[in-house]
Write a protein that binds this ligand. Sequence first.
Ligand code: RB5
Length: 147
Amino acid sequence: MKITIGSDHGAVDLKEAVKRVLAEFDGVEVKDVGTFGTEAVDYPDIAVKVCADVTSGAADRGIVLCGTGIGISMAANKIHGIRCALCNDVYSAQMSREHNDANVLAMGGRVLGFGVAGKIVRAWLTTEFAGGRHERRVNKIMALENH
Ligand code: RB5
């Protein structure tokens, strides 16, 4: 599985911690689109870089991080084809895959400890979409792109 990850300056340390968790998984290939320092950057620009890989098929999934996870998840969800779930707990991460087929995970670097974030990432990577009635609902979400 190919994963593109990016963060603004509010979650650079969390990005490194998430990359260490991703390295636990055989067959997971990670592309980091930055940012790499403490200089302030605008989280919508990072969302665009990560989501471009997901919508083009260059990545199977994306992970976006900012201080709270809120701004970058809002930005990601403006991009057609993206279903970004802001998850600051493990249950939401599981459900975002099982029920919502989330293709991008957002988390907040100023919200989460690395331990919880690691559990969220592991759950999000290993939970499959359940399909069935959930597929109908996800299709309805995607149809909203035409509104
Ligand atoms: C940047 O200071 C901060 O606003 C950003 O990381 C994020 O929390 C926005 O939602």
